[in-house]
Write a protein that binds this ligand. Structure first.
Ligand SMILES: *[C@@H]1O[C@H](CO)[C@@H](O)[C@H](O)[C@H]1NC(C)=O
Ligand SMILES: *[C@@H]1O[C@H](CO)[C@@H](O)[C@H](O)[C@H]1NC(C)=O
Ligand SMILES: *[C@@H]1O[C@H](CO)[C@@H](O)[C@H](O)[C@H]1NC(C)=O
Length: 340
């Protein structure tokens, strides 16, 4: 009875997934692809619950492998992609589980003060890297939780705290995930809501005190009461103006919303990313600097929250001063920063 059921299950699973296997000649996955997959699994310590899950992931991996190979053959681009730790996820799965920006509609948007740096666009340095000035904590990992908004706002608060109080602290994203009731925990959120919360509660505690677990729990008010850093308010950078964003970033790390929806973004491994991407804002990162490379291509330095295994040691360089006023992937559309 059980074996008949197993057989049925096998055919069921196979009828769904075998068609997605990239096969040299129908049915069985290419031996070289399977070998690459096994090596990739070992490298990233990946294990699957059962055979059907594994064969499904093999199919996804093979598709991504094909995409990466085609990208490499297509020749000169100024960035690279590769089979990183997200190579067994489809782009849809990836965006659904690893981003998490939810922009409030105009009516419920918390008002921000006018930009402190609005009229200070002259004499802005041509390059800035807040990492070199010790204002950026190590890259963190949001995991499979739509909490990018918490990581983006915490990195901005860590930055301004170091700049104004001369102390770099590792602050708590989990506090924001658990306690910011105007956001949706792992279901997404908005940086200004997080800043508003920190203003209202009078501060934010440390990563050590309220460590990240990657899912939403009840707000721990006891932990929350240990304020390690505080902010007085927050401001929006004037929208769709990379010059204004540059002026703001020259003063402090800035939270930005971006469209990180593309497969190239998911599999990015280095260089100056230039798209393809749209302006459908679904992710948040923190711009911690900008500059230009040897060929004078200008870029933003964005700190991401997908661990230091992703991208360029956890960062992505995004092309700066593009033709579209929204900036690449909408980076200039909704930037904001905390004030102390
Ligand atoms: C295999 O694991 C996946 C993912 O956990 C699960 O959804 C699926 O039901 C499992 N299938 C079997 C046959 O156990
Ligand atoms: C890559 O950089 C070169 C040199 O500046 C530039 O001419 C070219 O347009 C860039 N390619 C892309 C796809 O952005
Ligand atoms: C910047 O300049 C504009 C135009 O002169 C002015 O209306 C605005 O209040 C100024 N903003 C700040 C923050 O000083």
């Amino acid at each position: 009875m059980a074996s008949a059921f197993d057989l049925l299950l096998f055919f069921l699973v196979c009828s769904i997934f075998c068609s997605t296997w990239p096969t040299a000649s129908g049915g069985v996955p290419d031996h070289a692809v399977v070998e690459k997959f096994e090596r990739w699994m070992a490298k990233y310590g990946r294990a699957y619950k059962n055979m059907s899950e594994k064969s499904y992931r093999l199919g996804v991996f093979a598709k991504n492998l094909k995409y990466v190979d085609a990208f490499r053959k297509s020749g000169r681009r100024n960035y690279t992609i590769g089979l990183n730790q997200f190579a067994d996820l489809t782009n849809e799965e990836f965006v659904a589980t690893h981003t998490g920006l939810r922009r409030p509609n105009a009516a419920s948007k918390p008002p921000a003060s006018p930009c402190l740096y609005q009229n200070l666009t002259h004499g802005v340095p041509s390059s800035v890297d807040w990492r070199r000035r010790g204002a950026v904590s190590p890259v963190k990992d949001q995991g499979s939780c739509g909490s990018c908004w918490a990581f983006s706002s915490v990195a901005a608060i860590e930055g301004i705290t170091k700049i104004k109080k001369r102390k770099l602290m590792d602050l708590s994203e989990q506090e924001l995930v658990d306690c910011v009731s105007s956001n949706f925990g792992c279901g997404g959120g908005w940086m200004n809501n997080a800043f508003a919360f920190v203003v209202l509660t009078g501060g934010i505690t440390t990563e050590a005190k309220y460590p990240y677990v990657g899912y939403q729990r009840g707000c721990d008010f006891e932990k929350l009461s240990h304020h390690a850093a505080s902010i007085a308010g927050y401001q929006d950078v004037p929208a769709n103006d990379e010059g204004a964003l540059m002026a703001a970033v020259s003063h402090q790390p800035v939270s930005v919303a971006i469209d990180a929806g593309g497969l190239d973004f998911q599999l990015y491994t280095g260089g100056i990313f230039s798209g393809p991407c749209g302006t459908d804002l679904n992710h948040a990162v923190t711009v911690v600097g900008y500059g230009k490379d040897g060929r004078r291509i200008k870029y933003w330095i964005a700190k991401n929250s997908w661990s230091s295994n992703w991208g360029d040691h956890g960062y992505i360089l995004m092309k700066k001063d593009v033709a579209a006023k929204e900036g690449l992937c909408g980076i200039a559309m909704a930037a904001s920063y905390p004030t102390v």
